[in-house]
Write a protein that binds this ligand. Structure first.
Ligand SMILES: [Zn+2]
Length: 161
């Protein structure tokens, strides 16, 4: 299935976990997930400092995880500031990653330590972080979306012509 050719209807897109694309590379398939934390154009977007902190914490969580470290290719923020991208090895579905992404948001919601790699020699804008609001945003996403996932939070709405 060529998911990249579908026209996603952002006017009807909800918060959730969606398969953004699948790419076949030499040794298998890579799945890119759209972790959508805000409804596009209908909700306030995430602050850049919050997206930055989520990027550092999410990368730390996956790169340090026993089962997922080897599968994790990339974690990064969306330019529109409504969510994050995560690329994993394997031909995966939203159901396959729901549990681990929920655990990642619980890790971020409960994070109390110093933000990893938020030092001038390790980060391009190390002062631009906000752990307090990050924890609130993660808690909201868990309660309102991840703990009550429905089909429409895992399947893209397609544009009607
Ligand atoms: Zn950084």
């Amino acid at each position: 299935m060529d998911v990249t050719s579908f026209g996603i209807d952002h006017d009807r897109l909800l918060r959730g976990i969606y398969v953004s694309r699948k790419d076949t590379v030499e040794n298998g398939v890579l799945t890119t997930f759209d972790i959508r934390m805000k409804e596009p154009n209908r909700e306030m977007v995430l602050d850049t400092s919050v997206m930055h902190t989520i990027e550092h914490l999410m990368a730390t969580f996956f790169r340090g995880h026993k089962q997922w470290a080897d599968k994790t290719i990339y974690i990064g923020p969306m330019g529109c500031r409504t969510g994050m991208y995560a690329i994993f090895k394997g031909d995966l579905s939203s159901e396959d990653v729901l549990d681990i992404i929920t655990k990642c948001y619980e890790y971020m919601e409960n994070f109390e330590e110093e933000i990893p790699a938020a030092k001038s020699h390790m980060c391009g804008n190390y002062l631009d972080h906000n752990l307090g609001i990050t924890k609130i945003e993660c808690s909201k996403f868990l309660e309102e979306v991840l703990y009550q996932m429905k089909k429409e939070n895992m399947e893209y709405p397609i544009q009607k012509n």
